[in-house]
Design a protein around this ligand. Structure first.
Ligand SMILES: [Zn+2]
Length: 465
């Protein structure tokens, strides 16, 4: 006889089935988690060609769906681990009990030293750098997904050789000179270091890359007693230094005082501040003309200087110029490295150094390229208003500021004396004039030298023979 069907039995059965399904799902997720083979990926950028004194690796570990747990780097030589360093990542963005979901992607970029400076036992021969990355997955029975990369490299410590070929170097403070030297094969970077400033060298001829020419400068604010030296580095992180004969001539620069309330018939601030503020939306209005002026004259001036350093990275590795640099006709209204004091309300409110020449001629006079080159910037440029920057190669660039119009564009090749625009008073200018700066690797240098054919001959051309 059939039992009478009860509603409650059916309900219990449904619940049991449901619980079994949930349990099976949890078990399946658990098994999948435990057997996960998902591991981080490891990439090494700028991989060195060898290990030396100061070798470094730029290691990036990434995991698309787990938190990284650790990244370790070992140096192994003759089967022995002679150096080990590790980065532990403690920040968990994802909790273990959230087994149904994946963690967001995580990544670590680490510039890790592996040369002899950190591994004194390292010997010449060969060595292996082993990079291991772990994630916090349950994979490999709770030990985490693991990946490993090994790089086998030659080990050598002999630093590059430098042979200085130029005999005497005379440098005016704020000015330039050029050294010529020869480096041994395998040298990847060489140049002249003057205090904080490094001036890279360039091949003298494409066919002889080991013979290097290097323009260098003593910036207007570098202590003239600073000792310069040539630095050469190879592809294994070895570095050598070489000295050379030199003499620095200290220079006294002019000082000048500007009364901001009297300039331009008392209209200077109202003439220059609002246009610059409107063209530079990242500047926050400080609430008054003088406060905005101080923001433009200080922080914006600094930012413009940084941009000039960035433009210098795009210099051509050979001279694009020849002869002497053109000095535009016009009266000199301000010269290189004038020290300026700005007065307002009877008080000194700011000091800045004027790092170029102000040349005033007729209004909207034609502005011409100082030498052959390629335009690396043309447009509105902070305190310089409408401006043009031309690259002449090997770190030399020229800046033309306060233009009323620009007739060329970025990327154009220009010829010496080619008209590139017209003078004006855009940017931080009290009247129509050209602001002209010569830069070496983004550092303003005294243009007077580059306008002088004797200087060009003695300091540069004679050394290229
Ligand atoms: Zn100027």
């Amino acid at each position: 006889m059939l039992k009478p069907f009860k509603e409650s039995d059916r309900g219990v059965g449904m619940v049991v089935v449901f619980l079994l399904v949930v349990l099976a799902a949890i078990l399946l997720a658990f098994i999948l988690k435990l057997s996960s083979r998902q591991a981080p990926t490891i990439t090494v950028e700028n991989q060195p060609k060898g290990l030396g004194q100061r070798s470094e690796l730029l290691v990036t570990a990434r995991d698309a769906s787990h938190d990284l747990k650790s990244v370790s780097v070992e140096v192994v030589q003759n089967g022995q681990v002679i150096h080990q360093t590790q980065q532990l990542l403690s920040a968990r963005t994802h909790h273990w009990w959230k087994f149904w979901s994946a963690a967001p992607a995580s990544a670590l970029t680490w510039n890790v030293a592996v040369g002899r400076e950190v591994t004194p036992e390292l010997k010449e021969g060969r060595a292996t750098v082993r990079i291991t990355a772990l994630n916090d997955s349950w994979g490999r029975f709770f030990r985490g997904g693991k990946s490993e990369t090994e790089i086998d490299l030659p080990v050598r410590f002999a630093p590059p050789q430098v042979e200085v070929m130029t005999t005497q170097h005379y440098i005016n403070q704020g000015g330039c000179d050029m050294a010529v030297f020869k480096v041994s094969p395998g040298t990847t970077e060489s140049g002249v270091q003057v205090g904080e400033n490094f001036f890279p060298s360039f091949p003298m001829k494409e066919s002889q890359p080991e013979v290097r020419l290097c323009l260098f400068a003593y910036a207007y604010n570098v202590d003239p007693s600073t000792v310069p030296h040539i630095v050469a580095r190879d592809d294994a992180g070895n570095e050598s230094q070489a000295s050379f004969n030199y003499k620095v001539f200290p220079k006294k620069f002019h000082s000048d005082t500007f009364d901001l309330e009297k300039l331009s018939g008392g209209h200077f601030l109202e003439n220059v501040v609002p246009p610059i503020m409107s063209q530079t939306p990242e500047l926050r209005d400080q609430g008054s003309l003088i406060k905005n002026f101080l923001l433009i004259n200080g922080p914006l001036r600094q930012e413009d200087a940084q941009k000039l350093v960035a433009f210098s990275q795009r210099t051509a590795p050979r001279f694009l110029w020849k002869g002497t640099f053109l000095r535009l006709p016009g009266k000199t209204e301000a010269s290189f490295a004038d020290y300026r004091t700005y007065m307002y309300g009877g008080q000194a409110v700011d000091h800045q150094t004027h790092l170029g020449f102000d040349l005033a001629g007729s209004e909207h006079m034609p502005v011409r390229a100082a030498n052959d080159g390629v335009v690396v910037f043309a447009g509105f440029f902070g305190i310089y208003g409408n401006a043009v920057v031309i690259d002449h190669g090997c770190g030399i660039q020229t800046l033309y500021g306060h233009l009323s119009s620009i007739e060329i564009k970025e990327g154009d090749a220009v010829k010496n004396e080619q008209e590139i625009g017209r003078s004006g008073q855009t940017g931080l200018a009290g009247g129509d004039h050209l602001h002209f700066t010569i830069l070496l690797d983004g550092i303003p240098v005294n243009p007077v030298e580059w306008w002088d054919p004797h200087w060009i001959h003695d300091r540069i051309m004679a050394k290229l023979q």
